[in-house]
Design a protein around this ligand. Structure first.
Ligand SMILES: Cc1cc2nc3c(=O)[nH]c(=O)nc-3n(C[C@H](O)[C@H](O)[C@H](O)COP(=O)(O)OP(=O)(O)OC[C@H]3O[C@@H](n4cnc5c(N)ncnc54)[C@H](O)[C@@H]3O)c2cc1C
Length: 224
């Protein structure tokens, strides 16, 4: 341990990075979290129950109802306009003995909770700087930092998003696919409440899915 700056270094301040930093620090490892400031995360995440159960069990959130909206039903609509279409289907969580299939959270609300937990952990040091390079060796790895420093640890966790520098520098192969599609996400104010029903319209070129965000609000995901 003496040759290292920490037992674990987590790179990235998104949901995965903060959750990983907390999990590793709670496991008793001296942890540094590289969490450079960035724009607010305006996304929402519809998380199925196994993920929500993990967040509760890990002490990252208490009652999901405090910050999220339950997904109690999923309505699937074949909106292709084809001559023969699939019948409209409504899945109800109660039929599966569940109170909800999952919960819809604003990422910012989750992060707020995670940061509250992180602040209570003595073994977790949070630094407002990013990684600019990574070199792996047989017993761990070394990071170069945006502030000009270096850090090394036996465990480095790359939670630096879909274009991960850590993943690429570590040589993990990936397969990327380019789709001729664009995605639009936004928040909707609706004319009437949709309760806990996630409504999936499946058009020929992709889905249009208002996800319940409480009362007369929904978060929309649209792929085209
Ligand atoms: C519009 C949209 C809707 C989504 N909806 C859902 C959903 O309903 N349910 C669901 O499960 N998932 C959903 N997802 C996917 C989910 O949001 C992401 O998979 C998840 O948030 C990724 O989290 P992350 O922490 O891995 O990455 P990110 O949130 O991308 O965070 C990566 C972080 O790493 C930081 N970083 C990058 N490079 C460096 C570096 N070199 N050094 C230090 N830090 C660095 C970035 O600044 C960023 O803060 C959605 C995604 C989008 C875009």
């Amino acid at each position: 341990m003496s040759a290292y700056d920490a037992e674990a270094i987590i790179v990235g301040r998104g949901l995965v990075g903060v959750a990983a930093a907390i999990a590793v620090a709670k496991a008793g490892l001296k942890t540094i979290h590289l969490a450079p400031a960035g724009p607010p995360d305006r996304r929402t995440s519809a998380l199925m129950m196994p993920s929500v159960d993990y967040l509760v069990a890990a002490g990252l959130i208490d009652d999901p109802a405090d910050i999220g909206h339950p997904l109690t039903q999923i309505r699937i609509i074949d909106a292709t306009g084809r001559l023969i279409r699939a019948p409209e289907t409504l899945f109800d969580a109660q039929e599966a003995g569940l109170t909800a299939f999952g919960w819809n959270f604003a990422n910012a609300r989750l992060l707020e909770r995670f940061h509250g937990v992180a602040a209570t952990l003595d073994g977790l040091e949070i630094r407002n700087t990013g990684a600019t390079g990574f070199t792996a060796d047989d017993i761990g790895g070394t990071l170069t930092l945006a502030d000009g420093g270096t850090l090394s640890a036996p465990l480095i966790v790359g939670a630096d998003g879909k274009s991960s520098l850590i993943r690429s520098a570590a040589g993990f192969p990936i397969h990327e696919h380019q789709f001729e599609q664009a995605a639009l996400v936004c928040d909707l104010d609706l004319g009437r409440p949709i309760g806990g029903t996630s409504i999936e319209f499946h058009y020929p070129n992709g889905p249009f899915t208002p996800v319940p965000a409480g009362d007369k609000r929904a978060n929309l995901g649209l792929d085209r």
